[in-house]
Design a protein around this ligand. Structure first.
Ligand SMILES: Cc1ncc(COP(=O)(O)O)c(C=O)c1O
Length: 373
């Protein structure tokens, strides 16, 4: 069976984990700090805070930006973590429709949803393809809104040469098993704002003012055992085992993303000219997509899913619109484009170790099914 996603791990990751296990320090410590510094450098931001998932990253971001009680314009075309994070802090998601081709927030529809209670826009760079950040930032500036970038799909991607996650007020990354940079589970929050950074550092470890590593390593001047608890934080920091994998994966990220882009182009060529299929689109501002997934819009989505399964090819659907879930139906915002397009979405296998031959087999199976029907 060809899976939809598969992590790409090698001897370097195994060696890095082994070194941490033998080091005597496997919790939050020096590797986590190093990963944060390298990640911030890679992105071109001042601060990065390592956590245990993007769900936690998004939750802490919403908390650090004080979104309690506010409305947040958001997308229904995402994994439910994006919007759960708003509910965790008592913010209210307001659903904005998406563009039918990029599946990103439709910037032209944001402003009509803004009220005196709106405090932020939640942007998901779907599939690793940048949302229309020029227009979104323009609205945010004029209407005094904060911008959160959910970069779960977008690690290493760029908008007009700037790394995604370095453009809005705060960026949230996932290192879940199938993501572009994979550590099993893990996440990162990025920002240029020192006050937000300090709050995030506290929130990720129960509201405690200094972590065990800075106490141990003598950053704490004097009373190394002393700490204060300033607010109700959470237990969601990263550990050094995860960070060690992350450091290796970060060094491989650009090459892995280049392979994802090459496979994307290979699929695009193989599927070009099929009237029943639309392939991912690339706008001029998407100077470097992270190409996390390969999502086609097609007729007979469910039939194609079954036909590919019968040929040993797994596919997926990303996503059921969040405002279709029972618990999200009560929230404001009409999304007719999303309501229609999601029924045509099918995610084909895409991961760096997918061979050209496997990609050709997938594309040939798509073509054969659609020609036959
Ligand atoms: C767009 C988006 N946001 C957030 C998440 C949550 O990521 P994590 O599994 O690291 O919590 C995911 C995971 O699939 C995602 O795709």
């Amino acid at each position: 069976m060809i899976p939809v996603f598969r992590p790409s791990m090698g001897d370097e990751e195994c060696d890095a984990v082994s070194a941490v296990l033998r080091s005597g320090w496997i919790g939050l410590g020096p590797r986590t700090k190093e990963f944060e510094e390298r990640f911030a450098d890679y992105l071109g931001v001042r601060y990065a805070v390592a956590v245990n998932s993007a769900t936690a990253a998004l939750h802490l971001a919403a908390k650090a930006l004080n979104l309690e009680g506010a409305e947040v314009v958001t997308t229904p075309m995402t994994f439910v973590s994006t919007n759960h994070a708003l509910l965790y802090v008592g913010a209210e998601p307001v659903f904005c429709d998406i563009e039918p081709d990029t599946l990103n927030l439709d910037a032209a529809k944001i402003e009509a949803l803004v009220t005196s209670r709106t405090k932020a826009v939640m942007v998901v760079h779907y599939g690793g393809y940048a949302a229309d950040m020029d227009r979104i930032l323009d609205i945010a500036r004029r209407r005094k809104l904060l911008v959160i970038e959910d970069c779960a799909h977008a690690c290493g991607g760029e908008h007009r040469g700037r790394k995604l996650g370095a453009i809005g007020d705060i960026g949230c990354f996932s290192f879940h098993a199938v993501k572009n940079l994979a550590t099993g589970d893990g996440g990162m929050v990025t920002t240029n704002d020192e006050a937000v950074y300090r709050r995030l550092m506290k929130l990720r470890w129960l509201g405690i003012t200094k972590d065990t590593w800075s106490r141990e390593s003598g950053d704490s001047h004097g009373y190394s055992w002393y700490y204060n608890v300033e607010e109700l934080g959470y237990k969601c920091h990263m550990n050094d085992i995860t960070a060690a994998i992350g450091l290796v994966q970060l060094a491989k990220l650009d090459a892995a993303n280049a392979r994802r882009r090459a496979l994307t182009e290979r699929y695009n060529r193989a599927l070009a000219g099929l009237s029943e299929v639309e392939t991912p689109v690339r706008r001029d501002y998407m100077t470097m997509p992270a190409s996390h997934n390969y999502v086609i819009r097609c007729s007979d989505r469910d039939g194609l899913h079954e036909a590919l399964k019968a040929k040993g090819i797994s596919t997926g659907v990303h996503y059921i619109p969040n405002n279709h879930y029972e618990m999200y139906r009560k929230f404001r915002g009409a999304t007719p484009v999303c309501d229609a397009v999601w029924k045509r979405l099918l995610t084909l296998p895409l991961f760096p170790d997918l061979s050209d031959e496997e990609a050709d087999r997938v594309a040939a199976a798509v073509v054969a099914h659609l020609r036959a029907h």
